[in-house]
Design a protein around this ligand. Structure first.
Ligand SMILES: Cc1cc2nc3c(=O)[nH]c(=O)nc-3n(C[C@H](O)[C@H](O)[C@H](O)COP(=O)(O)OP(=O)(O)OC[C@H]3O[C@@H](n4cnc5c(N)ncnc54)[C@H](O)[C@@H]3O)c2cc1C
Ligand code: SF4
Length: 510
């Protein structure tokens, strides 16, 4: 045997560089399902099933092409439960001359494979992941000479470099950004009629994985009852086209809107298939641009959607690799509160959190504003240790992989990096949630109140956060208006809010 081609669960790309020089006569693909990947954090059952079933489908596809796949199933008797040991066993059995893999999507996993290959005395060839549009070198070039990082400038460079929504050297429509048009909420009647997303009943392979996961991880959070995620490239493409045709035109308008028991609204659900590398982001961007050029979706919606993928997705990856391994330990606001227990079961009287967490446990999904401005916002205002918040997000979403989850959570949502990711903390009172959703109308709390028995905990904690971090926030121009508003509170009110916030913290620690 010549090369052992190692493929991880988030590297399911048939066009990957590991296949460039692949010789089925001499090379073997090695894939392993290991329990440690599901127990490092307390992983949602749907996330485990997504990864394992997508891996099994991918392995089947390779086999039908005549490729020898050496596959270690989770429930195999000889499975040691860890990647390192499993690789050692495979290497001593198969005796390869070299290991080839795409660079892992998690810093620690990459380090572990490097160390293991060295201890085995085997050369390790790490290929670049082609399913990103910016390489590490591209991001380093972008960083050069910059004191401050901002996604917007990176995004503009990406638009020019990849000639996306460009015309004669200028952005189509004369603007780079149509964010101002993309902040609508729904009327009292709720979301306009919209088609449910394309979804997939579990096939025999997925059903088998579901049985294994239920038996092996019965206590893990989340449910498999509604499991319907795409798990192959063919299914991913069907989802892409369904989204482009039926929901992209309204994506921009309602990008930030939320509504009870409406988990998907006008979102694409494509993060998981892009993150597993089943779908190339270039294909997604091209399909969205084509929809604009053919007149079937407005520019603001298309630009807003493309910015998430060509801008934010690539940008957070750049941040992750540039600032790891220190990044994961940052805690600039010195937040120490534990994560409230209700994050794991949704049992809270706060209706917005009840809905967003309930939906997360049911589907392994919440859209961006639910993650940022409901679950993330509450943890930030409460002062939860960012590492505990990170572990929760890494566990409960089907699309969670550290390179994308960590900067979004610790940086954008918790401001734990002190402003590397976002120039200011994303903070708001319950009134923001009231404006963007119908959650508050079904809640026992009042978003306008910061004191008293029915005060909204978000609103109490919002003012408390401003007071706790006033000195730091005063120095940030973008926060000055919010900080100035503190002056509207009397000293008596400030004391009462502090006491009420402390009571909320005490109650949630119990
Ligand atoms: C605290 C927090 C944690 C998050 N954790 C993850 C995660 O683990 N995995 C993940 O893929 N995304 C994460 N995001 C980003 C974003 O919320 C999800 O990508 C999005 O909700 C996925 O749903 P969708 O595919 O329907 O997205 P859509 O709303 O349809 O957006 C289209 C695509 O844009 C990309 N995108 C949008 N926003 C971001 C962003 N901020 N960063 C990176 N890509 C983005 C995604 O690939 C997404 O599929 C997180 C955001 C926050 C605030
Ligand atoms: S009142 Fe406060 S807790 Fe209740 S739904 Fe609104 S924001 Fe959430």
């Amino acid at each position: 045997m010549r090369n052992l081609v190692l493929i991880l669960g988030d590297q399911l790309d048939r066009q990957s560089a590991v296949f460039d020089d692949f010789d089925p006569e001499q090379d073997v693909v090695w894939m392993a399902e290991v329990a440690e990947e599901s127990t490092k954090v307390w992983v949602h059952k749907a996330r485990i099933v997504t990864f394992l079933s997508a891996m099994r489908h991918f392995a089947e596809k390779l086999r039908t092409e005549g490729i020898h796949v050496d596959y270690l199933k989770l429930d195999a008797a000889e499975n040691p439960g860890s990647f390192g040991v499993a690789l050692e066993m495979a290497a001593s059995r198969l005796k390869p001359k070299k290991i080839i893999m795409v660079e892992a999507g998690e810093w620690q996993v990459r380090e572990n494979f490097r160390a293991r290959a060295e201890s085995l005395g085997l050369p390790l060839d790490e290929c670049e992941d082609r399913r990103f549009l910016a390489s590490h070198a591209d991001f380093a070039k972008h960083l050069k000479g910059r004191k401050q990082l901002r996604m917007e400038f990176f995004y503009r460079e990406m638009r020019v470099k990849h000639q996306v929504l460009m015309e004669a050297g200028k952005p189509v429509g004369g603007e780079w950004n149509f964010d101002q048009e993309n902040r609508k909420s729904f009327s009292k009647e709720g979301p306009p009629l919209h088609a449910a997303p394309r979804c997939f009943k579990p096939d025999a392979i997925t059903q088998e994985v579901m049985r294994v996961v239920e038996a092996r991880f019965p206590e893990h959070p989340g449910s498999l009852v509604d499991f319907d995620w795409p798990l192959t490239t063919e299914e991913a493409r069907l989802c892409l086209h369904d989204f482009i045709e039926k929901r992209l035109p309204d994506f921009g308008d309602y990008q930030d809107a939320m509504w009870t028991r409406e988990p998907w609204l006008f979102h694409s659900r494509l993060s998981v298939v892009m993150n597993l590398k089943l779908l190339d982001p270039r294909e997604v961007i091209a399909a969205a641009e084509k929809a604009y050029r053919s007149g079937s979706a407005p520019l603001a919606a298309v630009e807003g959607f493309i910015r998430q993928i060509l801008g934010w997705r690539e940008y957070v990856r750049g941040i992750y690799w540039h600032f790891m391994p220190d990044y994961v330990g940052l805690n600039e606001l010195q937040a120490t509160q534990p994560l409230p227990k209700f994050y794991w079961d949704g049992q809270t009287e706060m209706n917005c959190l009840h809905d967003a967490i309930g939906q997360t446990l049911r589907y392994g999904y919440a859209h961006h504003i639910q993650r940022l401005m409901v679950t993330g916002l509450f943890a930030l205002l409460l002062g939860v240790r960012p590492q505990a918040v990170h572990e929760w997000y890494l566990a409960v979403y089907v699309d969670a992989i550290e390179w994308v989850e960590l900067p979004n959570t610790l940086g954008m949502s918790q401001h734990g990096d002190g402003g590397i990711m976002a120039s200011k903390p994303y903070i708001a009172s319950g009134k923001y949630i009231q404006r963007m959703s119908n959650y508050c109308s079904g809640c026992r709390y009042d978003p306008a109140k910061s004191m008293g028995a029915n005060a909204c905990p978000f609103t109490t904690l919002y003012w408390d956060f401003l007071m706790r971090h006033e000195d730091r926030l005063k120095q940030n121009q973008r926060m000055s208006m919010q900080v100035r508003n503190l002056n509207r509170l009397s000293e008596g009110d400030k004391t009462a809010i502090r006491e009420q916030a402390e009571a909320v913290r005490q109650r949630l620690q119990a």
